[in-house]
Ligand binder design. Structure first.
Ligand SMILES: Nc1ncnc2c1ncn2[C@@H]1O[C@H](COP(=O)(O)OP(=O)(O)OP(=O)(O)O)[C@@H](O)[C@H]1O
Ligand SMILES: [Mg+2]
Ligand SMILES: [Zn+2]
Length: 237
């Protein structure tokens, strides 16, 4: 082996460093630069970035939330959200009950929290009760039970689950049973979840006394963030 080695990155020649073990000593080429270390760090950072992008892509957020980032967001709870994501601990953090009139940015805040948590390597799901209830009934007949079991089990694999527009979904006796199962599953597994709710949805929920048990669980594990501002849909454009 030739000892005339140079760094493959910066071409600086290696120096010969003498290593002695007992009475055996040998000269080993040794880089004078830290290119190797820097290259390792670069590859690690690139892998981390790919993983971050994978998690964000997996979020499959609606395109309308694409431009929003928590650091540039101004809304009633932007500062709370910053503190929330920084201190977020799976299975330990409280969830969120984000409520208030239409169009003042509840879902947008929920979406940027999801993004921010995904950036930090958390497994996040942005969904609706409608989607989740539909998925539980997939297949119909006998297959429904299997679908329901799978949906419930999969929910607990996430660190954070957001149900946008809770209350918007339609209820049948089976779906009332299922929505209880969804919330109870998250509650008992300590999966952190959040909901956005507007007054119309809140009104719809009040029509179902069966949902009281859910309300009770949510009151225990979710913290409430009220939005009081006017609709940004009208003031924005
Ligand atoms: N912090 C913000 N700054 C500027 N524009 C915003 C902000 N938050 C939301 N918007 C814009 O306002 C509109 C309504 O936002 P969003 O859908 O988040 O409201 P919402 O409270 O979830 O409404 P709803 O109760 O009807 O579901 C959207 O067009 C969104 O792009
Ligand atoms: Mg919304
Ligand atoms: Zn080098």
């Amino acid at each position: 082996m030739s000892l005339e080695m140079t760094c493959p990155h910066c071409q600086k020649p290696y120096t010969l460093k003498e290593f002695t073990v007992g009475n055996y000593s040998s000269k080993i080429p040794y880089p004078q630069c830290d290119c190797e270390k820097r290259e390792m760090a670069r590859l690690e950072a690139a892998e981390k970035e790919r993983e971050r992008l994978r998690r964000i892509a997996a979020l499959n957020l609606p395109a309308i939330f694409e431009p929003f980032r928590l650091k540039d967001l101004t809304c009633e709870h932007a500062a709370d959200a910053q503190i929330y994501v920084e201190g977020f601990t799976p299975r330990k953090s409280k969830g969120l009950f984000i409520y208030g009139p239409n169009g003042n940015g509840k879902t947008t805040l929920g979406a940027v929290i999801c993004k921010e948590l995904a950036y930090r390597g958390r497994r996040v799901l942005f969904t609706t009760m409608t989607k989740t209830l539909n998925a539980m009934q997939e297949g119909g007949g006998y297959n429904q039970a299997a679908s329901a079991t799978k949906v419930l089990k999969d929910l607990t694999l996430y660190d954070f689950v957001l149900f946008d527009d809770y209350g918007r979904e339609n209820y049948t006796p089976l779906r009332l049973q299922n929505v209880f199962q969804i919330v109870d599953q998250l509650y008992t597994h300590r999966t952190v979840f959040a909901v956005t709710v507007n007054p119309e949805c809140m009104g719809r929920l009040q029509n179902y006394p069966e949902l009281e048990a859910i309300k009770d669980r949510m009151a225990q594990v979710l913290m409430s963030w009220a939005f009081t501002g006017p609709s940004l849909r009208r003031t924005n454009k």
